[in-house]
Design a protein around this ligand. Sequence first.
Ligand SMILES: Cc1cc2nc3c(=O)[nH]c(=O)nc-3n(C[C@H](O)[C@H](O)[C@H](O)COP(=O)(O)OP(=O)(O)OC[C@H]3O[C@@H](n4cnc5c(N)ncnc54)[C@H](O)[C@@H]3O)c2cc1C
Length: 381
Amino acid sequence: MASNRFPDVIVVGGGVVGCAIAYCLAREGVRADVVERGEIGGEASGAAAGMLAPLAEVEDAGPFRELCLESLRMFPALAATLREETGIDIEYLASGILRVALDDAEERRLRDLAACSTCLPAGRHGLPLHWLNPDDLRAFEPGLSPDVRGGLYSPEEHQVNADRLTQALARAAAIHGATLRRNLRISGLLMRNCRVTGVRTPDGDLAAGHVVLAAGPWTGKLAASLGVDLPVFPVRGQMLALPSRRAPRHILWGSAGYLVPKANGLVFAGATVERVGFRRRTTAAGLRGLAAMASTLAPRVGVFAPVDSWAGLRPGSADGLPLLGPLPGWEGVSVATGHYRNGILLSPVTGRLVARSIIGGPPDEALAPFSPARFSYSPSA
Ligand SMILES: Cc1cc2nc3c(=O)[nH]c(=O)nc-3n(C[C@H](O)[C@H](O)[C@H](O)COP(=O)(O)OP(=O)(O)OC[C@H]3O[C@@H](n4cnc5c(N)ncnc54)[C@H](O)[C@@H]3O)c2cc1C
């Protein structure tokens, strides 16, 4: 693949996923260019709460939960390496997550989860979970609602600063030889026969041995130019930052949203889940709902006026799972998107698996369940 004239790999998209892939490629000596139409981390990756929460929505065993757990396990070493290589502290905080029940249904659900987790020594979920009764819970986490029915403490689900993680991966990729091209939009793909040979930009064409489409919810538009209909779409998430006077000690998770105490002292309250196309803006109704959620879950946090608010577009997919690996029917092009609510968590393992699949070697079984080939797609051009 090596060439002096053009990069081995062009990664389209400078979000956390594209930067993680470029980092893993560059560490292996592959010449990688990241092409980002705006700023690094300027979309969902800079908007995220930064929770590393495999059990947030994944209660069923299977390849997706294994992928999430594998990625979670990579964070301590990644945080140390990124700090050493770039000087950036990604603020990996051992917050733990406290899932809180405020009604009967949620109490039943969390108790079931707790019961299962003690069936096996390692926990059926691959992580330890502890049920706390209301009195213990209020002592453990003072600012909680007086209405709590109990809660499930997960001591090994943590958090990072999502924007810092993305910037650190980008900088580390550059240190290992990758080129970061900001403010350059890929307007199309170059192809010959059934091979992608580079990308088209307003500044001219760029040839490459391999192209990775890691453009978040915009990936579907790029794939469409190859006649591939990828079921990827934007899911808006709005978020509030609240002042810190009564920050919770742990990440708090309720049925209507979450509160994340960040390293800078702010508390992030998130997040809405909305199918509104590519409209990335906050709404009065969305922010009101988040403020109400915060007041209900932890009244002492929620009463303060927000200091900031923003929105981002998560890359959703038709089955809720990421799309990772070669694009079927084409040579020289891979996809890495559809991480939906877990792109920060999944960035280390995505970088490793996608980079390996490009570099070559034995096919990694962990990638197979996430192949874009699982969708029957139809050529449209
Ligand atoms: C409010 C909110 C809270 C979240 N909280 C969490 C959380 O706590 N934990 C977690 O794990 N995940 C969380 N997520 C999800 C996570 O942010 C995403 O899954 C992840 O950021 C997706 O990363 P990405 O690199 O695929 O996409 P993006 O960050 O969207 O990056 C894609 C990049 O591609 C660029 N691009 C698009 N088209 C082109 C083009 N034609 N040419 C060049 N560049 C292009 C875009 O400008 C963009 O920068 C949250 C998301 C939101 C919105």
